[in-house]
Design a protein around this ligand. Structure first.
Ligand SMILES: [Zn+2]
Length: 406
């Protein structure tokens, strides 16, 4: 079946990919059966400055992907990490500087209501959320007593038909969207006169503050904003810049976020509000990030030379970190003798030329070294291998590099 190629233009200003610089390529093809994309190119737009995933080749419809991932729901689903709570509190502080406690506030894509609850704790009382998952909506009501409506931005939700807001929050939303204009436009219609949007997105200028192997270019994140490209987008949609703050906290192994505030300009004259373009206050965040990742890759490759004995190794981790290690020739697909993953959604799937084994199945296999291919969970995995009493030599590829930072 012929698969679709998506995004042949910049999703912000429409400049065609051919006119933009290609700065990186992600290749997920060895694990295409467990991810929605075969790969994409990362572009730097020559006109608006946005970095984005373009020429995205689909491997399965997104709905199939989410179905695959939800067959076995993980445990601790409703817990919020201390890091995330700190980010939420930063957003709350910005809102406190901006609107009084009786303001009408909407959190779009609010998950199970963690940020709304922080607002409630701060004393805000007119809180609303929209969220696709009914289970999340129920949780927000049952545990936080906050009304969250099931649906997506743009859906006709009868209770919200006449409702207008002082603040609409898009936290962790824009970096995921194929169509970044539609939701910003939709928000405009839901805002009161002079209402504001708060946007929380990973910030390119902070990518370098955290060591990783190109994981900012992920399956989930396909738009990479800095202050300049965000300003371009928001001006285009009729919003005036008010404030931008940065949160340096790493969330789930990824970079910090910018938290920015934008006021809706009046409809008939908003284009006049177009402000002078930013001189970016960061030192070419993206190129520094690419350099840092390339350096990290070189050092990992050197560490793997010792294991290039022809006997091979297992890889622990079926996901996209492994795809990156293969793409960068840090590990070799022909030397992978087995892939292990604790995520039962993956068990039995074919990736990297092997069937994914559950940890227990590894006991019956030959005792070869295990490469831990996870940046986020490497210590937990190492602990698990030791607790299982396995005698395999462990190559913890990410740990040495990450521990350098401590
Ligand atoms: Zn553009």
């Amino acid at each position: 079946m012929l698969k679709r190629i998506m995004r042949e233009k910049c999703p912000c200003c429409g400049t065609i990919n051919e006119s933009n610089e290609k700065i990186f390529k992600r290749d997920f093809s060895p694990c295409r059966l467990i991810v929605p994309f075969v790969g994409y190119d990362v572009f730097s737009c020559s006109k608006c400055g946005l970095y984005y995933a373009g020429n995205i080749e689909e491997s399965m419809p997104l709905d199939d992907y989410y179905e695959l991932m939800s067959r076995y729901e993980g445990g601790n689903y409703h817990s919020i990490s201390p890091d995330l709570i700190e980010l939420y509190r930063h957003v709350v502080r910005l809102i406190e500087k901006t609107v009084p406690l009786e303001a009408d506030i909407m959190d779009v894509g609010c998950a199970f209501g963690g940020l709304l609850n922080e607002l409630k704790v701060a004393g805000y009382c007119n809180l609303y959320g929209v969220e696709p998952s009914q289970e999340n909506c129920d949780y927000a009501m049952d545990y936080y007593g906050i009304q969250v409506y099931q649906g997506e931005l743009g859906d006709d939700i009868p209770e919200l038909r006449q409702k207008k807001f002082d603040i609409i929050i898009l936290c962790g939303v824009l970096e995921h969207l194929m169509d970044i204009h539609a939701s910003i436009q939709q928000c405009r219609t839901m805002l009161k006169q002079g209402g504001r949007i708060i946007i929380v997105v990973p910030d390119v200028s902070l990518f370098c503050e955290h060591k990783d192997l190109y994981q900012e270019f992920s399956i989930e994140h396909i738009n990479y904003f800095d202050k300049k490209s965000l300003q371009y987008l928001m001006n285009l949609e009729g919003y005036v810049f008010e404030r931008l703050e940065r949160s340096h906290i790493n969330i789930m192994g990824l970079a910090g976020n910018s938290i920015s505030l934008w006021r809706k300009a009046e409809s008939d004259c908003y284009l006049n509000y177009k402000q002078k373009e930013y001189t970016d206050d960061t030192n070419g965040g993206m190129s520094a990030y690419l350099e840092q990742c390339a350096d990290f890759a070189t050092r990992m490759r050197k560490r793997m030379y010792d294991y290039d004995t022809g006997k091979g190794y297992y890889v622990w981790g079926a996901g996209t970190n492994t795809a990156m290690l293969v793409q960068l020739n840090i590990i070799s697909e022909k030397l992978i003798k087995g892939v292990i993953d604790s995520n039962l959604n993956y068990t039995g799937m074919e990736v990297y030329g092997n069937r994914v084994l559950s940890p227990d199945e590894l006991r019956a296999e030959e005792c070869l070294p295990i490469v831990i291919a996870s940046q986020y969970a490497y210590s937990a995995i190492e602990k698990k291998i030791k607790n299982m009493g396995l005698k395999n030599h462990i190559i913890n590829l990410f740990s040495e590099e990450m521990d350098d930072d401590k």
